[in-house]
Design a protein around this ligand. Structure first.
Ligand code: ACO
Length: 400
């Protein structure tokens, strides 16, 4: 029988909810999510509508400021971002201190954290928040692509501010000194959809981290840097890299999806989970995965890419959806399952997948940080149930 006294601490009864499976940490007006019905909306607009009709920066504005921008507001927003894409030359020197094979997520989080040193007004009374928001949106793609270029040992590309947000990112990522890089509109459009699908997801692990860190009144750069670190974990955004590595392993292993399904069914003993499957909130289907699966087919067709890993992914999905273990536990493909296949087709290397997620999630983190501050939320401070030793007498070192 459950012993209620196990939930008692010095001051009274404490709700224990490991992993916050059923605990609301805030009220929020940003993202609506219905896990049973598979519904996702940003500020009331359906994800399906936004992904097919909006630009990523329009969606960013919507998330951060609550309404879709008018044409004039949009122009001002986009132009401000254009003017802030350069990264301080002293910040460039920080890149040189990293080992060449440093993971781009580590470099990204460190450089975003370093931004608070370059914009000290962010922690001296928080400064002009709108300006910090513009800087973050403008500089994240620059920092991201530089971390990648560094991992290759290639020279970095400066932003070209006559290009739009996504083409500018692609140019910094792929342009080489020897030849003119032309942005393929199919690639830019696919990236636009992927970034929108990742832009917010209410109180997930990284967003909760951003809000929790920010609740101590830590500055926006530090808070977002903490969110990037949380995103990197393989159970969260890091899953997109794990998925493609898992699919590659299955391919190298002769394509036997059944073997991997069996391993995942025995996750408790094998320690192996099917990456890209399962979600804390979606217990029916992940609406983002539905859009991404279709986009993966479209993009590969349009680009003429034949990736055998896509067939393995589809086979794995079908086998899982027909297996009682996955059905009973309501484990469906999540946003990370097919996104990596598209990134690969677009030429984005595996160690940049989670960085792509971070670029997409940035407006959501910003919106949530801003809302948390505007709602004047108290400092986040969970309770605990102490299970350690009772009072013990200190034993001097020589007697132990
Ligand atoms: N493969 C095999 N079994 C799984 C998987 C999986 N991918 N996910 C959950 N299970 C099983 C668990 O072993 C558990 O089984 P049990 O009932 O026999 O104990 C049951 O399903 C419930 O799992 P929990 O871990 O309790 O579910 P939780 O809500 O805590 O975890 C999570 C959700 C972390 C997403 C989990 O499903 C998982 O680890 N998935 C793989 C990693 C992944 O794809 N992460 C990306 C999520 S989306 C995102 O963050 C952007």
């Amino acid at each position: 029988a459950f012993d209620i006294s196990s939930l008692r601490d010095q001051t009274g009864y404490v709700t224990l909810d490991r992993g916050y499976k059923n605990t609301g940490a805030t009220q929020s007006g940003i993202t609506f999510l219905d896990g049973e019905e598979g519904i996702l909306r940003y500020r009331g607009y359906s994800i399906e509508d936004l992904a097919s009709k909006a630009t990523f920066l329009e969606v960013s504005y919507l998330l951060i400021y609550g309404e879709l921008p008018t044409a004039e507001q949009y122009e001002t927003f986009v132009n401000s971002i254009r003017r802030h894409t350069l990264v301080n030359e002293d910040m460039r020197k920080i890149f040189d201190g990293f080992p060449v094979n440093a993971h781009p997520m580590c470099v990204l989080a460190s450089l975003v954290s370093a931004m608070s040193a370059f914009y000290p007004d962010s922690h001296e009374g928080n400064g002009n928040t709108d300006q910090h928001i513009i800087r973050l949106l403008a500089k994240l793609p620059t920092i991201a692509t530089w971390s990648y270029k560094r991992s290759l040992g290639h020279p970095t590309n400066y932003p070209k501010n006559n290009l739009d947000y996504i083409p500018n990112f692609l140019n910094m990522m792929f342009a080489l000194p020897v030849e003119e890089y032309k942005v393929d509109p199919v690639v830019a459009e696919a990236l636009n959809v992927l970034l929108i699908l990742h832009a917010d997801h209410e109180q997930n692990c990284s967003t909760s981290t951003v809000r929790l860190v920010g609740s101590s009144q830590a500055n926006i750069y530090s808070s977002i840097s903490a969110g990037i670190q949380a995103l990197w974990g393989p159970l969260h955004g890091g899953a997109n890299q794990e998925v493609i590595e898992m699919l590659e392993d299955i391919k190298a292993d002769g394509g036997d999806v059944g073997k991997y399904i069996d391993m995942a069914k025995n996750a408790k003993t094998t320690g192996f989970r099917l990456f890209g499957f399962g979600h804390r909130v979606y217990k029916n289907f992940d609406p983002r995965a539905k859009i991404i699966k279709k986009a993966a087919d479209d993009v590969l067709n349009k680009l003429g890419v034949n990736d055998p890993v896509l067939e393995i992914a589809k086979g794995l999905e079908e086998a899982a959806l027909n297996d009682p273990y996955f059905v009973q536990r309501k484990l469906y493909p999540n946003v990370d399952f097919y996104s990596g296949i598209i990134y690969r087709a677009l030429g984005i290397p595996t160690n940049m997948f989670t960085v792509m997620f971070a670029i997409g999630r940035l407006p959501g983190w910003i919106a949530q940080w801003k809302e948390m501050r505007e709602q004047k939320e108290p400092i986040g401070r969970p309770r605990q149930i102490y299970t350690g030793a009772t009072l013990r007498e200190f034993v001097p070192l020589e007697n132990r």
